[in-house]
Design a protein around this ligand. Structure first.
Ligand code: ZN
Length: 137
C-alpha cells in the first residue's frame, strides 16, 4: 500500500505542470523518492520520440511525466506514482499510455499507481499483470 504522502506529492507535482493536461510522476525506490517530473507539452525528447515510434505513436514526441521522471532519475526505481489533475484540481485518469508503459517495463518499474476519474487510485503490477484498487483519502 502506498503512503498518502506520495500520492500528495504526485498531485502537487501535477499541479505544477505548465501543460494544459497536468500530469505529475513520482519515482520511488523502496519508498524513497528518486525523481519527480511533470509532462511538458512543448518539449520533445529523443527517448520519448524513440519509444513513441516503437509503439506506433510517432507524433507523441512531447515529454510525458513518466518518461521525464525516468530521464531525471539518477538511480533505479521500483515504483511510480502518476497523478493527473484538471484545472479545478480534481483527480483525473492518469493511466500510463503505451509509450510510458514500455519505458517503465524497460526500466524495471514493477508497481504503477495512477489516479482515476473516480478518485480511486489503481495499482498496476507490470510483472504480474495484476490490477488493484486503492481508496484515496
Ligand atoms: Zn505516456
Amino acid at each position: 500500500m502506498i503512503p498518502d504522502n506520495f500520492l500528495q506529492l504526485a498531485i502537487e507535482t501535477a499541479k505544477s505542470s505548465p501543460s494544459r493536461r497536468k500530469v505529475g510522476a513520482v519515482l520511488l525506490k523502496k519508498s524513497k523518492v528518486v525523481a519527480t517530473a511533470v509532462n511538458l507539452e512543448q518539449k520533445s525528447h529523443p527517448l520519448q520520440a524513440r519509444l513513441a515510434k516503437k509503439v506506433g505513436l510517432c507524433e507523441k514526441i512531447y515529454l510525458h511525466a513518466e518518461i521525464a521522471a525516468l530521464i531525471k532519475a539518477k538511480e533505479d526505481a521500483d515504483t511510480i506514482v502518476v497523478a493527473r489533475v484538471n484545472t479545478r484540481n480534481k483527480l483525473r485518469m492518469a493511466k500510463p499510455c503505451p509509450i510510458c508503459t514500455l519505458a517503465l517495463e524497460q526500466e524495471g518499474i514493477k508497481n504503477v499507481y495512477y489516479t482515476t476519474n473516480e478518485g480511486f487510485m489503481y495499482k498496476y503490477n507490470l510483472e504480474e499483470d495484476s490490477l488493484e484498487i486503492h481508496e484515496t483519502t
